[in-house]
Design a protein around this ligand. Structure first.
Ligand SMILES: Nc1ncnc2c1ncn2[C@@H]1O[C@H](COP(=O)(O)OP(=O)(O)OP(=O)(O)O)[C@@H](O)[C@H]1O
Length: 373
């Protein structure tokens, strides 16, 4: 008999989990509670992909608990330039990740817990999952006023969002993941979820900004471990499985064969930026050169993250049109990103005549074009 590789992978996961987890026996056939030991968003998103692609969820449910170091996570069909401040993120080492599910942009750090509920497509039920989280929270602290909305958000005190939801429906399996703001850095959250880029036109899914609050502002005696444990216990109770959280290492290829490639793919420029729906930026900026102010107009169209059309309008006497055309021509086809534009600008400088004035004007123009990225 030939055993399909997906089934083999499942057996392998169960075998490894079985021998590594005391008390983890037959109930694993009905449900599993997993928690990642990694705080790397790409590794954790790769676990979601792996379970989605490899596990047979026909008669089994999985809850996956995970937390990430500071990261902005955009929805599958979003535009990062429209949703976040990439400059601040680069400066403060805050990662950007694109998830496979739709929906809006959220901020993660270790003060935010993520819950992923995997089921068969037939059993996919977002509201039930949210009610389960609410029951777990109420069980911990009965005085908490948390409720689910018809947008599948969780609100604290009727006004403040503490959880956002997104989902991915496969052919036979589905997952619903939701966040839970416990003690996230709200200053970081609001500064990175504000786009400084003006003049963007796109059909990408826009986020729905909301007033947020951390759960622990309401009760500082809570910890993330207590919350994860309470949700796991409620999940185990509902599905009549062992309340055992199995720790997993998403970097372990022996448990998750092929996960390294999934992790790598999620980190590629082509996935994170290249999947942005086609968009354009039409804007103008002022440049100060030797005490005189001049205005430049820019119109850039971006497809698959690459510049498709580029028009820069400058006063003719300021920079020879041939130089401006050269920049436009070279930008076409290149990635809409500052590092690629920096490399391009310095290559072009080398082929220009050694003229200090032209060099500094050219650099000033390139610097300004890069502020759009
Ligand atoms: N970790 C988080 N948990 C809950 N809300 C958050 C978090 N980070 C940011 N937010 C708030 O949620 C807003 C985005 O909400 P939005 O509804 O667009 O996306 P979503 O909650 O991921 O999913 P969906 O669009 O599918 O409901 C942000 O602008 C911010 O106000």
């Amino acid at each position: 008999m030939v055993i399909p590789s997906s089934l083999k992978n499942c057996f392998r996961l169960f075998y490894v989990l079985k021998i590594s987890a005391a008390g983890f026996k037959y109930t694993a056939n009905r449900g599993l509670i997993l928690q990642s030991i990694s705080s790397d968003v790409f590794q954790n998103l790769a676990v979601e992909d792996w379970i989605h692609d490899n596990m047979n969820l026909e008669n089994r449910q999985v809850l996956f608990l995970w937390r990430n170091s500071p990261t902005v996570v955009i929805g599958r069909h979003q535009n990062p330039w429209q949703e976040c401040n990439l400059k601040i993120m680069r400066k403060n080492n805050i990662k950007l990740a694109r998830r496979r599910s739709g929906g809006g942009t959220v901020y993660h750090d270790l003060g935010n817990i993520n819950f992923t509920f995997f089921t068969s497509k037939k059993k996919y039920e977002r509201m039930e999952n949210l009610k389960l989280v609410v029951r777990a929270l109420k069980g911990l602290r009965p005085q908490l006023h948390v409720c689910a909305t018809d947008r599948y958000d969780l609100l604290l005190d009727g006004n403040f969002k503490i959880s956002g939801t997104a989902a991915k429906l496969g052919r036979t399996v589905a997952y619903h993941h939701c966040t839970l703001l416990c003690s996230a850095d709200k200053i970081n959250l609001s500064s990175v979820l504000k786009s400084p880029y003006k003049g963007i036109k796109s059909n990408a899914t826009p986020s729905m900004p909301a007033l947020v609050k951390n759960l622990f502002e309401e009760d500082p005696t809570l910890t993330c471990e207590m919350v994860m444990d309470a949700v796991a216990a409620e999940y185990a109770r509902c599905h009549q499985i062992d309340h055992h959280i199995t720790l997993i290492n998403p970097a372990d290829e022996t448990v998750f064969p092929g996960i390294h490639n999934k992790n790598k793919e999620l980190q590629t420029w082509e996935w994170i930026y290249g999947k942005t729906p086609k968009f354009s930026i039409s804007t103008c900026f002022n440049m100060m050169y030797e005490q005189s102010l001049l205005e430049a107009e820019v119109d850039i169209h971006v497809k698959h993250g690459r510049i498709e059309v580029c028009n820069i309008v400058l006063p003719e006497q300021w920079l020879p049109p041939a130089m401006c055309n050269e920049l436009e021509k070279n930008l076409i086809g290149s990635k809409f990103c500052p590092s690629e534009t920096t490399a391009l600008a310095s290559t072009l400088l080398r082929i220009c005549p050694q003229n200090y004035e032209l060099h500094s004007k050219w650099s000033l123009l390139c610097e300004n074009v890069m502020t759009l990225m």
